[in-house]
Design a protein around this ligand. Sequence first.
Ligand SMILES: *Cc1c(COP(=O)(O)O)cnc(C)c1O
Length: 384
Amino acid sequence: MAEPETIAAQAGGKIDPAVGALIPPIHPSTTYERAADNSFPHGRIYSRPENPTYAAAAETITALEGGAETLLFSSGMAAATAVFLALAPGDHVVAPKVMYWSLRSWLLDFATRWGLRVELVDTTDLEALEAAVRPGETRLVWVETPANPLWSVTDIAAASAIAKRAGARLAVDSTAASPALTQPLGLGADLVVHSATKYLNGHSDVVAGAVVTARKDEFWSRIETILRRNGAVLGPFEAWLLQRGLRTLFVRVRAQSASALALAERLSAHARVREVLYPGLESFAGHAIAARQMRGGFGGMLSIRVKGGEAAAITAAAHVQVWKRATSLGGVESLVEHRASVEGPGTPAPSDLLRLSVGLESVEDLFADLAQALDAAHGGANDR
Ligand SMILES: *Cc1c(COP(=O)(O)O)cnc(C)c1O
């Protein structure tokens, strides 16, 4: 079996038998020919349930995660919500208090009205997690690690043991880590979910999602049915771009992790920064667990809390030039975002928090730009 870097670089490495091409084709066809004997000799009928363009990306992700199969969705939200919709109304689920904001809102709004009993808990606190799961009643434990936007770290192996004892599945939103750094299935998770919009594609030009399963069981068939019937399928052009992005996953994520660590260390010493939240810092609460379950780096995401409160944070963001003020993460260009402005009331993001997605620019440029922006904000903000 090839090393993961090799699998990613070649996106599966298949040569097209028809023409000898190294790069897979895009199949835009929505439909497939039925033979005269009334059969479908290629096994495909219609493109909503199945398009051959998915294979390279889906199989690459399966191999990188060490799973049994991957389904691609039209977005990370479509992927994540399919996992919850595969449950039944009345089922009890446990999810983190700190997690991707839109999914948390969907759980509290749509999923609750649909009939799921949703309990939010601090999943980094294993005693609290243990107390929240109800043996025989809890069907799914959802964790995100490192988790938006505080980058809190949940112990996947311990969460898996707690879920198993209660008879529940464990699903891990591993968007921030990517398979370049963490393989949740190997740590006991049953499902891994990605917003492939982020590191997997890596170029801020595709919205996509993926769910990977450890086993092809009945629950997996339900997720598959939801994809194919509800129809939140990926377009073939997006699937093609995703396999292209995956080829550079390891070099991107390693470089981004190294730059994020350097920035975290340097920003920790900056006079205008109250606190740096990054799993790679030894002082960070979840560092020891992150060091165990992440390999090759701690990811490209960090947050800083700016001295002077909300006004200073927003003013600092207003002064960046190299960094771009935008939401999302995992692309090659660095992004800064005042997270509380996006999440609105009820956000766990402190009002002085700026979320940083570190790209591939020079780390010197990135630091100098943030440092001047923080200084400019300090000049304009009354923080002493
Ligand atoms: C972006 C994101 C999602 C949602 O993915 P979309 O592709 O935007 O629908 C889910 N989880 C995490 C951690 C994310 O960052």
